[in-house]
Design a protein around this ligand. Sequence first.
Ligand SMILES: [Zn+2]
Length: 745
Amino acid sequence: MEQIKLKNKYEVLTDVQVIKQGGQIVRFRVENIRRILAILVSDDILIEELMQEIIDNIDQNIITTEIISENVYNTLINAGLDLQARQYKEKALSKRAYYQEQLNVQTKLDQFVGGDKQVLNENANKDSRVYNTTRDLTAGVSAKAIGLRMLPKKVANAHLKGDVHYHDLDYHPYSPMTNCCLIDFEEMLQNGFHIGNAEVESPKSINTASAQIAQIVANVASSQYGGCSADRIDEVLAPYAELNYHKHLKEAKKWLPDEEQHEPYALAKTKKDIYDAMQSLEYEINTLYSSNGQTPFTTLGFGLGTNWFEREIQKAILQVRIGGLGREKRTAIFPKLVFTLKKGLNLEKEDPNYDIKQLAIECATKRMYPDVLMYDKLIELTGSFKAPMGCRSFLQGWKNDDNEEVNSGRMNLGVVTLNIPRIAIQANGDQEAFWEILEERLSIAEEALVYRVARCKDAEPENAPILYQHGAFGTRLAKDEDVDSLFKGRRATVSLGYIGLYEAATCFFGPNWEHSKEAKEFTIDILKVLKQHTDQWGDKYDYHFSVYATPSESLTDRFNRLDRKKYGSIEHITNKEYYTNSFHYDVRKDPTPFEKIAFESEYAPYTSGGFIHYCEYPNLRQNPKALEAVWDYAYDLVGYLGTNTPIDQCYECGFKGDFEPTAHGFKCPQCHNTNPETCDVVKRTCGYLGNPQIRPMVKGRHKEIASRVKHLHLDDDVSELLKEDSNRALNKETRMRILSHLDKY
Ligand SMILES: [Zn+2]
């Protein structure tokens, strides 16, 4: 009887609205009260009685969170639960104090100087022992506190609570910096540019061109906070290699009497120049330190060129990477290499660049990079072909006023990520509540993203001359021109990120939902809703809002940690200490690579602002054909695929393979070596590779990597696995193609 009465009352209360501290208005949810009481009181009947009283006390249709707090407190006191009332009040006070603390520059600086681990490990790419990194981190701590005060209050509160994550607060909005971009190298190299006091002329050789690229990268990396990429670098550099060739040919004609030798001589010399140029480019990028105190997050996209120069550049990039860095031949983790597969160019045995595909496969088995872009699928998903900006952010197809497709010189203005698992936890089994809370969070995300754009527009060309005045952003602006001319009309993107589709579905369907059609549809529907919203925002504001599979290098830890604190340890959700990235398959499970790719491919149409798929392999050096089979399989399904394979090396005992995870890092399984000086440990932290032994990751990310299991095993017969792939009817042509590469018709 009591239960029924309550239920009626709940329904009546659906009309009640709550004004939250940041000013957001949401529907009153009794579940939230029940959750608070459940932490304070263990007796279920008592909880229901208290709830009844709290609800009876609500006599207005619009109330503030302060009124609800008073109500809960008084109800506990009236019930003689003084201790619980005090605990409740203290919790509320400490939460408020915590928020205040986050906005206080002095307190944050004190914590940083005091050696707060969380601050130090926030960025896997930063070595916090180094002076300029320390300076950058110190500035970041202050910028974050100031930035939180600048944000709309609703957004700042939602960020601090962990409902959403406003990325890169250590730079933005304190500074109106942009996020990541495709640098317009073609324009800059052709027309020259300024860096600092120097005027740099168009290069006369590939060696000078690649040296200039490294300088541009260093400068761009210091003018934004995200990654920068070179699109189609083989094609951009080829004209400069051709200059080398003509110079050598001239020399040959002058010094070699035998005319037959002229061309071979010039080609051999040019080939050597190309190799040297690519080697110094890799070396220079790895030795660069941007003013952000880190090696610039750089990506080189290549693979579509077909002439002799372009092909030689592609081969050199791969050969240099295979060769390794320095005396110990360590794996270079920068620049990230992204190779393009394309039907008719390099996919099939009879294609002109098939040999380079083979080299790319060899490189991936030995050094993990290159990741691969699938030419046709990428155009289908994003509207044009181009390399990702940074590790996985994709521009969407766009044409200028002359109806020309433009990619290089465009940029992203930042990311705000939704904590999807939290919404599912709060919905407590009620799907209707889930969609409703998602709507509320989306309205915060909208405000946050609109603010990001508005703040970027505050920049003046002189704030970042390399970007706005000297060509990196494609159009050279005068000092007094408006930077918005490079953003608006959907030239720039701004991203709505998400995390934890796995955990969200687990809340409703249990931990092994991957084969449930209903559960899968639920997760796809989440992305559909996000996409509907970003499309609407695009129409409303005319910037390209896109749905983005957030890399969540440290967010995987932060959101999970906040939710564990708030909702306790929930099996398969918060107790793992990490949230699963975006749409990824639960890392603890072992579908075949084919199953994993097919499973994830269904999300691809709704997350075109950024994505990457990867599979975990055993050592593939002896079995490169297995990797080729996966690449071929993926070609028609996904746009962008990475390889994770054990390439760790121990210089103490000579071990090569997978280092074992320990509580904090990794050790050699043979001699237990953990010394970064005498081992090379390379793991994929997100879209980028990292050296966790040198620069430790946040705990949650470490836990996630330690939980990963292989999707392929040394004794697997790939063609057998393919036959078992019943998930998806591969068309006959594709199946034949894959099998032909395996030499198994
Ligand atoms: Zn060892």
